[in-house]
Write a protein that binds this ligand. Structure first.
Ligand code: SF4
Length: 325
């Protein structure tokens, strides 16, 4: 999601006449797009901003912006920590970024923007970084409140883009450049259209567009990985047989404590259905270790489910304490 946000921010900067540089020390503007999902990511962002503080002393006209989930969570408090920053905005500020930057350029004072909820974005110029892949965000925010996760507090409630906006954005893609359209959402398979369309309907609609050579999507929540989605993937030749389905723990006790809204047996049933309909699927997952209350047996359950689900790869992360969770 953050990569896609950065692509849009870069695209807007280009339309305002800025050019990318590989050496931030030579830049006129540095925008730090932050992630708050883990403490390590926050520490890294603050470390880099510390470097920028020194650079601002050497170059007082340097514009420094911080955006994304850290400022959304910290709000005005961040101005005390980072008084040298010129622009502070949460994720929903992207929609207003061009105007906010104009204000910074003319007023020479710190500008802030914190919307409480994500807003469905329009179609913006995007400097896509993963050619031949084009990320297309189809929804923002999250309603699930997993007990370890800060996302609902910083990205707001789930909001879905209408089918028309998704299609219109895909139609802007040059087919000779982009080979893969990658639909994105915190819970991409929970997407619902403004006319009651389900995610499987969207997959089928997008699949028919002539711009599409390959179609992928991420990240899916197991509780919403319904049979119609499995069928859509199995029966649509342009949809990649790649499914990322984070389980987070192999222990039903820990899954309940995580508020994941499914248990181990449910997850394995979904996996069985996927393998039966899409035998050549590449199935990947995420697992958190060290969640509060996790015993050796719970950990063994996670190891066991890795074998049972026959994942192609698993991102394993140590539990990270997040404020408000
Ligand atoms: S589904 Fe859970 S882990 Fe994923 S973004 Fe929402 S709250 Fe976080």
């Amino acid at each position: 999601m953050n990569v896609n946000d950065s692509e849009i921010l870069s695209g807007i900067l280009e339309t305002k006449g800025y050019q990318e540089t590989t050496d931030y020390r030579s830049a006129d503007l540095v925008l730090v797009n932050t992630c708050a999902i883990r403490q390590k990511a926050e520490d890294k962002a603050y470390g880099f901003l510390g470097d920028l503080k020194g650079l601002k002393k050497e170059k007082p006209d340097l514009i420094i912006g911080i955006c994304g989930c850290i400022p959304q969570h910290e709000k005005e408090k961040i101005l005390k920590k980072l008084p040298f920053v010129d622009l502070v905005m949460g994720p929903s500020g992207i929609e207003e970024f061009g105007n906010l930057l104009s204000e910074v350029e003319t007023k020479k004072e710190t500008i802030t923007f914190f919307g409480d909820d994500c807003i469905p974005r329009g179609i913006h110029p995007s400097k896509r970084a993963k050619i031949p892949r084009a990320y297309i965000n189809i929804m923002y925010g999250c309603n699930n409140y997993c007990s370890y996760c800060i996302v609902p507090y910083v990205r707001g409630r789930e909001i879905c883009r209408p089918v028309k906006d998704v299609i219109d954005e895909i139609k802007t893609l040059d087919k000779s450049i982009y080979k893969e359209v990658f639909l994105l959402g915190q819970n991409v398979n929970s997407w619902q259209g403004d006319r009651g369309e389900k995610f499987s309907d969207l997959l089928k609609i997008v699949h028919e567009l002539q711009q599409i050579k390959w179609l992928s999507f991420m990240t899916s929540h197991p509780k919403d990985f319904t049979d119609d989605i499995i069928d859509a993937v199995a029966n649509s030749p342009k949809i990649n047989h790649y499914i990322h389905l984070p389980i987070q723990s192999g222990s039903s006790k820990i899954l309940a404590a995580m508020n994941r809204k499914y248990d181990r047996d449910y997850y394995l049933r979904v996996v069985d259905k996927i393998y039966s309909k899409i035998p050549d699927v590449a199935l990947t997952s995420d697992i958190i270790v060290g969640f509060p209350g996790e015993t050796d047996q719970d950990f063994q359950d996670s190891l066991d489910i890795i074998k049972k689900a026959e994942f192609d790869s698993v991102n394993t992360l140590v539990y990270s304490i997040r404020p408000d969770t």
